[in-house]
Design a binder for this molecule. Structure first.
Ligand code: ATP
Length: 369
């Protein structure tokens, strides 16, 4: 899918000037509060008419102010999921789901109820009213309702923001399945690095209404300078791995990657499955010789590829571990003490316990354009 956005719009004192192309399965709009993420979603959905510009999804022009085109919302075939599920309280789950089909002409319906119910695991909930659902279940039904409108694009505006960590963890695998099994492109608003790392194929970074960077998720998450200050500690490398084996004695899982084997706390993913692993830059130590007598289990040989002096006392070091970039955030004092320079052979050291449940997710399949 290709989503092309090139718009300028003013609301009050706030100006949006956004231009980007998303060609992946799940494009994350990422930025701090007030950066314009929801405004951009509303512009794509047709809830706001832009002052100037053009929006196109897979060749279908939704807006082109120069040509006088503004497709009204109901003709855009866009599914929306918000932070709050917005289900109809008087209808049961089945009726809420079927409501999504209503506005789509039968000839254009390409998703059926059974497939969606199965994908989202909501078969047991069909007769219940929303008041009897957990927050995570409500969001799964809201996603189902949006999908049953057979949309050509799905917009998700912070769909997990109102859920606690346990409910988020419950719903993330369903969004991964949706991303990997449905052919519907998704634009997903978030200000959480953990969520973006797990779900996105591409990222558009927004700050004060402007696009400051866009590209594949692994490229963007390495750029710690692009991340909001409060989320910088969550940035780092995002690498594709495969489950090699589970070590039940020590409750660990061994992942294979281009950088070597990586041990993480046991994850419930079958052997041979792809896993996307986030290694936070702040969790990576650097050694100039292979360490001995060290408790950390992951020691990845590599070469210093680049060093960036960050704000204040910090330096960011990109280590090329056999073609796999691993980021490390260390103090400038440590960098100088080790005499680190580009080209130098080093070892990236990562403790197994530094990986948590937000560090791994199902690997993204081939991204079809
Ligand atoms: N109708 C409006 N009129 C004037 N200003 C508005 C209007 N709607 C939003 N804004 C302003 O536009 C800016 C961007 O808001 P927006 O909701 O798009 O940001 P956001 O990145 O989605 O934030 P959050 O993460 O907090 O939801 C904010 O400064 C907001 O106050």
């Amino acid at each position: 899918m290709t989503l092309c956005v090139d718009i300028r719009h003013r609301q009050g004192d706030f100006r949006i000037e956004a231009s980007f192309t998303g060609s992946g399965r799940l494009t994350a709009l990422f930025g701090p509060s007030g950066s314009g993420k929801s405004s951009l979603i509303n512009l794509i959905a047709g809830l706001i008419r832009p002052d100037q510009g053009r929006i196109e999804v897979d060749g279908k022009v939704l807006v082109d102010t120069k040509a006088g085109v503004f497709l009204p919302r109901h003709k855009r075939r866009i599914g929306m999921v918000f932070q709050d599920a917005r289900l109809f309280p008087h209808m049961n789950v089945r009726s809420n789901l079927l409501y999504g089909r209503w506005f789509t002409p039968p000839a254009e319906r390409y998703l059926d109820m059974d497939a969606i119910v199965d994908l989202l695991g909501i078969g047991a909930l069909l007769e219940r009213k929303p008041a009897l659902l957990s927050g995570g279940e409500k969001q799964r039904v809201a996603i189902g309702r949006a999908l049953l409108s057979s949309p050509r694009l799905l917009l998700m505006d912070e769909p997990l923001a109102s859920l606690d960590e346990a409910r988020k963890a419950e719903i993330l695998p369903y969004i991964e399945r949706l991303r990997d099994q449905m052919k519907i492109p998704i634009v997903y608003v978030s200000h959480s690095v953990a969520e973006v790392a797990r779900l996105a194929s591409d990222v558009v970074v927004l700050a004060q209404g402007k696009v400051t960077a866009s590209g594949p998720v692994s490229d963007i998450l390495q750029r710690l300078d692009l991340l909001p200050a409060g989320e910088r500690g969550e940035g780092g490398a995002l690498i594709e791995t495969v489950v090699l084996r589970h070590d039940d004695t020590f409750s660990m899982t061994v992942l294979g990657s281009g950088a070597g084997e990586i041990r993480v706390p046991r994850i419930d993913i079958p052997v041979d499955q792809r896993v996307r692993l986030r290694i936070r830059a702040r969790d990576v130590m650097i050694a100039t010789e292979r360490p001995n007598g060290l408790s950390a289990l992951n020691i990845l040989p590599g070469k210093v590829a680049a060093i960036t002096h960050g704000a204040g006392a910090e330096s960011e070091v990109r280590i090329d571990c056999n073609g796999v970039p691993v980021m490390s955030r260390i103090t400038e004092q440590s960098r100088q003490a080790l005499g680190l320079e580009p080209g130098q052979q080093v070892f990236a050291v990562v403790k197994t316990v530094s990986f948590d449940e937000t560090s791994t997710g199902m690997g993204v399949g081939e991204v079809s354009a």
